[in-house]
Design a protein around this ligand. Structure first.
Ligand code: C2E
Ligand code: MG
Ligand code: MG
Ligand code: MG
Length: 276
């Protein structure tokens, strides 16, 4: 076995105990209003503090969790943790913002997603307007009918729905026609080369117009440069999520940002941009 496949094997094996031993934790990345830098929402992003391998990013273990089925338990843990955190912030008198949670495709196959979310909201006395659900286009494609039914139930519950990584899947436009999402997130791959790539400029500008024409909010993901922000401002993109305003941070750091309410854009040194 080479190191990579040994690592995969060991991660898969260790994931169940990880949940029992509280090795998962969340980071929160702000979503800000483009024109003001005001924090309007956050995305909860999971990390795994592995006793031997250190901090592991979701890109590495979520696919394994999806394969093993443990993603269901992990997803329930994420939702519980977010609601618990929102409730703590409220008790501390911090003015909270909606937090979005990424939900994997397989979760939609279980028919109790809506009930599970409702029960967690009740457990922590959190209003449904403070939770948003992010799904990707590939989820829509894989599990069509079950997904549509569940999305409608979630919407009836008052939960906002976000179409994530928009533009990277296919048949996306059909889904926009069939289901009314509240928010569309333009994938980072269309943003990162905005300054030099006229195709990306055209795509981003037209996705913003499309979102507005369909009454959706639009978020540019992966904004790292002032020039990206300026371009998105000019095209009237509603919100920005990216390292320019903040990396995903732990709950303490996020609470500090919530207290300040407004974030100023800061360009990071080039060498740091590759780690998250
Ligand atoms: P995503 O939902 O598209 O989340 C955004 C990813 O982009 C995050 O990576 C974030 O750190 C990164 N990002 C944000 N702004 C910038 C930027 O300016 N530059 C760069 N280079 N990257 C930026 P992260 O945290 O590694 O998460 C990767 C993916 O893992 C997420 O993509 C999501 O699909 C998945 N994921 C994360 N947490 C969960 C979870 O709790 N459940 C599930 N099912 N999936 C999750
Ligand atoms: Mg997401
Ligand atoms: Mg995304
Ligand atoms: Mg992504």
């Amino acid at each position: 076995m080479n190191v990579e496949s040994f690592k995969q094997y060991s991660l898969e094996k260790d994931m169940r105990t990880a949940l029992q031993e509280n090795q998962f934790f969340l980071h929160y990345q702000p979503r800000v209003e483009t024109t003001t830098g005001k924090i309007v929402a956050a995305e909860a992003l999971i990390r795994w503090s592995h006793p031997e391998w250190g901090i592991i990013s979701p890109g590495e273990f979520i696919p394994l969790a999806e394969e093993s089925g443990l993603i269901i338990d992990i997803g329930d843990w994420v939702l519980d943790e977010v609601c618990a955190q929102l409730s703590k912030w409220q008790e501390e008198g911090i003015q909270i913002v909606p937090v979005s949670v990424n939900v994997s495709a397989n979760r939609f196959l279980r028919n109790n997603l809506t009930e599970a979310i409702q029960a967690t909201l009740e457990k922590y006395q959190i209003d449904s307007s403070f939770i948003e659900i992010e799904i990707t286009e590939s989820t829509m494609i894989q599990y069509h009918d079950a997904v549509f039914r569940t999305l409608e139930q979630l919407r009836d519950l008052g939960i906002k729905l976000v179409l994530d990584d928009f533009g990277t899947g296919y048949s996306s436009l059909t889904y926009l026609k069939k289901f009314k999402f509240d928010t569309l997130k333009i994938d980072r791959s269309f943003i990162q080369n905005l300054d030099t790539n006229p195709e990306d400029q055209a795509i981003a500008a037209n996705l913003i117009n499309l979102a507005h024409a369909l009454n959706m909010n639009v978020v540019a993901e992966g904004v790292e440069q002032i020039s990206h922000l300026e371009r998105m401002k000019k095209k009237q993109c509603d919100q920005i999520q990216g390292f320019l305003f903040s990396r995903p941070v732990d709950h303490k750091e996020f609470a500090e940002k919530l207290k300040k309410k407004i974030i100023k854009p800061v360009v990071e040194k080039q060498k740091n941009l590759n780690k998250s």
